[in-house]
Every structure is written in structure tokens, then in C-alpha cells.
Design a protein around this ligand. Sequence first.
Ligand SMILES: *C/C=C(C)/C=C/C=C(C)/C=C/C1=C(C)CCCC1(C)C
Length: 242
Amino acid sequence: MVQPTDTQSLILWVGTALMALGTVAFIAMGWGEKNERKQEFYIITIFITAIASVSYFSMATGYGLIEVPVGGETLDIYWARYADWLFTTPLLLLDIALLAGADRNTIATLVGLDVAMILTGLAGALARSSALNRMLWWGISTAFMIAVLFFLVRTLSGQAARQSSAVAATFSRLRTMILVLWSLYPVVWVLGTESTIGALSLTQETIAFAILDVTAKVGFGFVLLRSRDALEDVSTSAQAAD
Ligand SMILES: *C/C=C(C)/C=C/C=C(C)/C=C/C1=C(C)CCCC1(C)C
């Protein structure tokens, strides 16, 4: 059975630790919060890093890694990433959508497109028939990602613009983080092992995904949860609407 190299394992343990530390920090920050609306943001954000730390643990210990034969070569694929992303990317979108005061249909559309993005990306990572076939899945997944980012910029920004200035400022910071960081995932995928191009080694790819994951989850969580004025405004406007 294939195992991570020592370097990969070290990177993945660092990832596990940072995700776990983020989880503990978010629990501490939300401790004693009585307002139910504000609690939502803490609960969602805590789950994001908690799920990621378990996924990193599974990869660090080799459980999350499999061999996929494609056209005579064998690719080492960390499948656990996709199990993580399937849950954590919708939760990240839920965080920013609740902040923007999005309606149910917008949230459902965003989550649906996002789940399609991750599942078609997983299909590409596991496809055995040919490198071309893997790249076609990549193209489909990337199209779904563009749709997610389009919705974020168009529909969600419009809804956030109706909120207080504190909410709008935090929203725009988080939106920029998503636009920049998420766009880099398909680039790393295509340069790395998954596409069979292999311009990045599996170790370099592991480093790149670890930096992206920690920034997009722990960094994102800190930006959101430290915006106390924004969370306050969201909870009062939601109460007024109830
Ligand atoms: C915390 C994890 C995050 C924010 C993960 C985001 C992942 C993506 C935006 C992944 C996108 C992909 C494509 C658009 C095509 C190729 C396959 C993926 C799954 C890497």
C-alpha cells in the first residue's frame, strides 16, 4: 500500500496541527456567545476547520492516499481532500452567504454548484481511462467553479450592499479571499500529479494545497469571527426581520 513520503507526512501533520489550533481558537472565541444568530457563524466556522483537521490526519497517516493507474503509469492521489472539500466548501459559502443576508434560493444555488464542482473534480482525480478524460472532468469542474464565483460577485454582492457598512467591508474582504484562493486550486491540480502533467511534484503540490487550505479556512475564519461589528449588525438586522 502506498504511503506518504516523510516530507509529505510532515507537511500534512503541520496542516493537521494548524487546522486543530484554528478549531480550538474559534471555540474559545465563541465561548459564552448567547446570541443565536452570532452562534451560527461560530458553529459553521468551527466545523470547517474540524473537518479539515480530520482530513489532514487521514492523509498524514496514509489512510487518505490511494494509487490510481492511468495509461501505464500509477498516480498517487490524496482522495481525502475531496471528502473534506465536499463539506467544507459549502460551509465556507454558507458563512459568507449568511453574512450577506442571502435568501434561501441564492444559498441553495451556490451550494449546489459548489458540490457539483467538488464531485466532478473527484471524478477527474479518480478517472482511469486516460489523461484526456481526467482533463475533461477538470474542465467541467472549473466551469462549475466559475459559476460559483460569478454568483458570489453578482448576486451575493448585491445582497451584501444592502447591509451595514461594517458588514459590507467584511463581506468584501472575505469575497476577495475566496476569489483569489479558490481560483488557485484548479491551477495547482493541473500543474500537479492529478492531471499527469506533473510540473509540480506531489510534495510541492502537497505544500501548495496546505497553504491554500489553511489560508482559506483558518485565515478566513479569523477575518470573519474577529469582525465583531459586522456580526453584531447581522444579528440585529436578522432579529428585526423575524
Ligand atoms: C478549504 C478548501 C477549499 C476552499 C477548497 C477549494 C477547492 C476548489 C475551489 C477546488 C476546485 C477544483 C477545480 C475547479 C477543478 C479541479 C478539481 C478541483 C476540485 C481542485
